[in-house]
Design a protein around this ligand. Structure first.
Ligand code: FCB
Length: 451
């Protein structure tokens, strides 16, 4: 055990503020596996991934990276890379199998071991309460489309604060509620696979309400930082289309959380297209409870144009130029633009980059290291953009690379590899990629340990 692992010196260095930490992120369903072990309940992603045709190659998260059994050596790997912070998520059905009622002590104990293991290694544990794996039993009674799920989520948040509040050092209520609401309930590409816009809009509101209620539940129990993670994309292209998609994807979540209002242009557009919104304005008070940091997941800018066929009248397209294996444009300037925009529009908030990274197909195993030059370039240019934003006054305090490990990339299965460490899914062997070694050296250089 590396109880002696040095606490990194987090003094201001290399243009970064004091207290800035470098880390990596994962999510429960994408890495844990052990889907039926130790009393874990079924999640909507278990159900969805087992539906024929839902996921590429019929892949599921049943085994994933087997992190549930390999957590200790995975944490050792983080120490070798010099990581200072680890963002993981708690699988709600692992700790509360039906999404209500008694906790599953074996599930809770596993997270306690994980978090204590991080602390012993000098790594900051940041827990996300919801990274998309809703207990299936909650879905059976309406899932995020019904208000009661927000109340159950707040109860679960309180239980987790009681169980782990003495060891977890930062809490994130939700990961990317836009994806949950709209890709899960309007486009049906993700669990629970529903295709109904009014349901998606209702879900977005209940997710936001559940965030606010969870902030209250956490605040009454812990003194550690509490925030929410949004997927934010700067919009590029035709101005009217860009503004509408910005309202739908970015401002629909930023405004209620940070200003206590829904964007008027989007309310108007939704009502025009889908009819009256199922939103109780009194909830905005709860939704806008103060947070300590805003988590930002940044991958790419979105290019947009008017389209008469799309439900909102806008569609996206891939521009010319470099794209990742997901077809996402590579554009570090978008990160800078988004960070500056957040400061200009929402004031001096503390920001954590809770995900940033890329999948590429050009990885090659050479002498025991996976060479992934595109990912090295992606990470280095994005870290540079982050530093530029810090120099220009944005208060950024964390950077979590997505992801520590190759993992189950939702409907794309195991085909899309985002890890800085390669996972051989036949043997579960972890093989560092050049990007992991580059990141290790980068962190060491910043901390004065030499590269
Ligand atoms: C984000 C998700 C994360 C991962 C990356 C690639 O939208 O939060 O789980 O799938 O995209």
């Amino acid at each position: 055990m590396t109880a002696t692992a040095p606490q990194p010196s987090l003094a201001a260095a290399d243009g970064l503020p004091a207290g800035f930490r470098f880390g990596a992120a994962t999510a429960s369903y994408q890495v844990e596996g052990a889907a039926r072990e130790d009393g874990r309940g079924e999640s909507i992603w278990d159900r969805f991934s087992h539906k024929p045709g839902a996921v590429v190659n019929g892949d599921t998260g049943d085994v994933a990276c087997d992190h549930y059994h390999r957590w200790a050596s995975d944490l050792d790997l983080m120490v070798e890379l010099g990581l200072e912070s680890y963002r993981f998520s708690i699988a709600w059905p692992r700790v509360q199998p039906d999404g209500r009622g008694a906790l599953n002590p074996r599930g809770v104990a596993w997270y306690r071991r994980l978090v204590e293991g991080l602390l012993e290694r000098g790594i900051e544990p940041i827990a996300t309460l919801y990274h998309w794996d809703l207990p299936q039993a909650r879905q059976e009674v309406g899932g995020w489309a019904v208000r009661d799920t927000a109340l159950r989520f707040a109860e679960y948040a309180g239980f987790m604060a009681d169980a782990l509040g003495d060891v977890v050092q930062g809490w994130i209520t939700h990961n990317e509620p836009w994806v949950v609401a709209f890709l899960g309930h309007a486009e049906g590409r993700k669990a629970p696979g529903i295709r109904d816009w009014p349901t998606a809009i209702a879900a977005s509101h209940n997710l936001l309400l559940s965030h606010g209620l969870a902030v209250d539940a956490l605040r009454s129990r812990v003194n550690t930082p509490v925030g929410i993670t949004l997927n934010l994309n700067p919009m590029r292209g035709d101005a009217a289309a860009a503004s509408l998609l910005d309202a739908h994807q970015n401002r629909w979540f930023l405004d209620p959380v940070l200003r206590g209002t829904y964007p008027g242009d989007m309310v108007e557009a939704y009502e025009r297209i889908f009819g009256p919104l199922p939103i109780n304005p009194e909830d905005l008070d709860v939704i806008s409870r103060p947070i300590d940091f805003l988590g930002v997941n940044y991958y790419n800018p979105t290019y947009v144009r008017a389209s008469s066929e799309a439900p909102l009248g806008v569609s996206t397209f891939a521009p010319r130029g470099a794209v990742t294996a997901m077809g996402w444009p590579v554009d570090a300037g978008g990160l800078y633009d988004m960070l500056l925009r957040l400061r200009a529009d929402y004031g001096d908030l503390e920001i954590w980059i809770t995900e940033n990274g890329a999948a590429f197909d050009d990885e090659k195993l050479v002498d025991g290291v996976v060479e992934d030059p595109s990912r090295v370039a992606y990470l280095s240019t994005h870290l540079e953009a982050l530093r530029r934003a810090v120099r220009d006054g944005v208060n950024v305090r964390r950077y979590h690379a997505w992801s520590l490990l190759d993992n189950f990339e939702w409907e794309h299965g195991y085909d899309k590899r985002f890890g800085i460490v390669r996972v051989d899914y036949d043997t579960q062997e972890r093989i560092p990629k050049r990007s992991a070694l580059w990141y290790r050296d980068h962190i060491a250089a910043v901390r004065g340990g030499g590269a």
